[in-house]
Write a protein that binds this ligand. Sequence first.
Ligand code: IPE
Ligand code: IPE
Ligand code: MG
Length: 256
Amino acid sequence: MTVTAGLNVSEQVSAAERVDVPRHVAVIMDGNGRWAVKRGLPRTEGHRAGVTSLRRTVRHCSDRGVQFLTLFSFSSENWNRPAAEVGFLMGLLERFVRRDLAEIHRQNVRVTMIGEREGLDKRILGLIEEGEALTCDNTGMTLVVAFNYGGRNEIARAIRRIAGEVEAGRLKAEDVTEARIAQYLDTATLPDPDLIIRTSGEQRLSNFLLWQAAYAEFYFPDVHWPDFDECALEQAFAAYAARDRRFGGLSAKVAR
Ligand code: IPE
Ligand code: IPE
Ligand code: MG
């Protein structure tokens, strides 16, 4: 991409060749720890740098007209990390909401959380719900924060609720269709992700959006999350634009 002097980053991108952006982008923000260790820093510094990257990604996706951005911020398995690291991540989330919510609101971004709410620290859940309430009428991009999120946990919770409905006689076994299951997931009101990006070179889902990823396109840049910038995001969009999504059918070109 040619960088045009005197323009801010968004303007530089608009001056460059723009491709159509995916409607729903989901990101597994990975590699914070390795980014820090490579620099002789504690892993927590990587998480701190990761917040800058997160802020940048939200702004750029919103500017570029992405309609839904889902960020994997803490998995249901991340509780298995040392207590000090978990505590640091919780503090970081808390500070992020306190410092950045007003700016996110100003950007007309609507915030919503997916993941298990039960058992979460009341203060953290309260902050997240405050963010949801403040931004619920915003009409710009929807920022979906996957927090205490695991795909299997989400599916199990959905099935438990459906089983409860069947037990109570409100649903019949034959009502349990794909569409019905989707309605009971945390993502009930969201479209499936079109593009899933995982930074740091790892190529796995780690329990992210298992149901929803059925026909997502995957993109695995080699950079760690703190180094993932607007240019890297544009490269991901360009790679996505070159994909041929067939959904089990035939390519639009062949079908004609
Ligand atoms: C991602 O970076 C952040 C979270 C999982 C919260 P990591 O902490 O997983 O960094 P690596 O993968 O160990 O480098
Ligand atoms: C996935 O990354 C979770 C988040 C990015 C929040 P992990 O670093 O936890 O995944 P694994 O352990 O490498 O599979
Ligand atoms: Mg990791």
